[in-house]
Design a protein around this ligand. Structure first.
Ligand SMILES: Cc1cc2nc3c(=O)[nH]c(=O)nc-3n(C[C@H](O)[C@H](O)[C@H](O)COP(=O)(O)OP(=O)(O)OC[C@H]3O[C@@H](n4cnc5c(N)ncnc54)[C@H](O)[C@@H]3O)c2cc1C
Length: 402
């Protein structure tokens, strides 16, 4: 029987959920707080908005591994794309979707058998009722900045507010954290700044531009004039760019429904990072896993969730124990949603439980992903200066340099 479904957010996660929910015959309504689809991929010169996108960027995954199942990227695009290319892809993907723009979901509550959803459009509140709610509100918009009250007298910004490198001309810049954004920003700022120090314990790179000093350490503290590392090294800075990631945030759900644990890096109580354990067939979270191939994984999550909505999918009896079981396998509980190698078995498991066919091409995506992980580490400056060419049956690829 068709359900009435609410989707919060028109980013990649919300859009792929909508595509499958509509295909399954459900009645779908999408609420988007901005005036555009695309979420992360909507670049804005202004800071403080939802998106953390910077002006010049190339995707950190190639188009061959970043696609939805029935929607390839344009043939004429390079493998590593601009944010404009990805935004155009999402716009094309979502033509005619039932989206209410400039409408923020401010509250979601259980109301007997249904979900009561309160929205705000230009400060006008409306109340709606749904059978099922999908939270697809993203998780790169609430900066995690451990140093914000450190008393640093220079300028400090989080990568969320980084837009372009011109701003750093002639400055001594310290960058903390070398994840995908941290390293992108380092390479850009190195072109304009007087000097860049990149501090990161986990991610280190054998080759970086001459103007970058890499220190494999943690920041012990930030003080008025700069940074002190765990080893006691004192590094003076005009500007500190904090690239330490983001916390999860669901302003429309109160703590009786969702708790954020381990410094707000774990969303609980969920089964498979996806279904609320108390409402496993009607409250879902798409896109929480980190360190993944994103779009294809969102699609598998959406299909499994919808299999539960339709009653076709399986839900094991011990979903309450999922979190405890996963936490036992982790050294650091704050890494709860970080998947990397686990993502392939995760998607297989969801497909098996959801009773839908695995996508054959996922094995090729896995090969591409593993290749990139190695290349990025070896050659972070140049690894995007190639295209991927798939063989005829799309089971393998070759690299074409340009
Ligand atoms: C700088 C940067 C670079 C990235 N590069 C890549 C890359 O190269 N490749 C890749 O695969 N991934 C990349 N990512 C990850 C990227 O975030 C995901 O690929 C994906 O776009 C996330 O989609 P999402 O729908 O989960 O979230 P978002 O894109 O954040 O979308 C969430 C949407 O929900 C809306 N929303 C939020 N709250 C509400 C509310 N209360 N009511 C109504 N609407 C709401 C927001 O306005 C937004 O439109 C990058 C991320 C960042 C920050």
């Amino acid at each position: 029987m068709p359900s009435k479904i609410c989707i919060i957010g028109a980013g990649a996660a919300g859009l792929v959920t909508a595509r499958h929910a509509i295909k399954d015959g459900h009645q779908v309504e999408i609420f988007e707080q901005t005036d555009k689809v695309g979420g992360t991929w909507v670049y804005s010169e202004e800071t403080g908005c939802h998106s953390s996108m910077y002006k010049i960027m190339k995707t950190n995954l190639p188009k061959e591994a970043m696609l939805f199942q029935d929607e390839p990227f344009r043939d004429d695009l390079p493998s590593y794309m601009s944010h404009e290319d990805v935004l155009e892809y999402l716009e094309d993907y979502s033509k005619d979707f039932p989206i209410f723009f400039n409408t923020t979901v401010i509250d979601v509550k259980k109301d007997s058998e249904q979900w009561k959803v309160t929205t705000s459009t230009n400060s006008n509140l409306s109340v709606h009722f749904y059978d099922v709610v999908f939270a697809c509100n993203g998780h790169f918009f609430e900066p995690l900045n451990p140093y914000k009250d450190s008393g640093f007298v220079g300028e400090m910004l989080h990568s969320h507010d980084y837009r372009r490198a011109e701003h750093f001309e002639g400055k001594k810049v310290v960058i903390v954290g070398a994840g995908p954004s941290g390293i992108d920003i380092t390479l850009q700022v190195a072109l304009t700044a007087r000097h860049v120090t990149l501090i990161s314990k986990k991610a280190t790179y054998p080759v970086l531009p001459k103007t970058v000093l890499q220190i494999a350490s943690h920041v012990k503290s930030v003080y008025g004039l700069g940074v002190i590392t765990d080893e006691g090294e004192n590094i003076a800075a005009d500007i500190i760019i904090v690239c330490t990631g983001y916390v999860f945030k669901f302003p429309f759900l109160d703590s009786s429904l969702i708790q954020l644990k381990h410094n707000d890096l774990m969303v609980s109580p969920l089964y498979q990072h996806l279904c609320h354990v108390d409402f496993p067939k009607s409250l879902f979270f798409i896109g929480l896993p980190l360190g993944t191939i994103t779009f294809p994984l969102f699609e598998v999550q959406a299909k499994y969730a919808l299999s539960l909505v339709s009653g076709k999918g399986k839900l094991p009896g011990d979903i309450q124990n999922f979190e405890e079981r996963r936490l036992k396998t982790l050294e650091n509980p704050a890494a709860f949603h970080i998947m990397v190698e686990d993502q392939w078995d995760y998607m297989k498991e969801l497909a098996a439980m959801g009773g839908f066919e695995e996508w054959n091409f996922m094995e090729t995506i896995r090969k591409i992903y593993c290749y990139i992980m190695i290349e990025r580490k070896k050659n972070v400056i140049g690894y995007k200066m190639v295209n991927f060419e798939l063989n005829e049956d799309k089971t393998d690829f070759k690299i074409v340099k340009f």
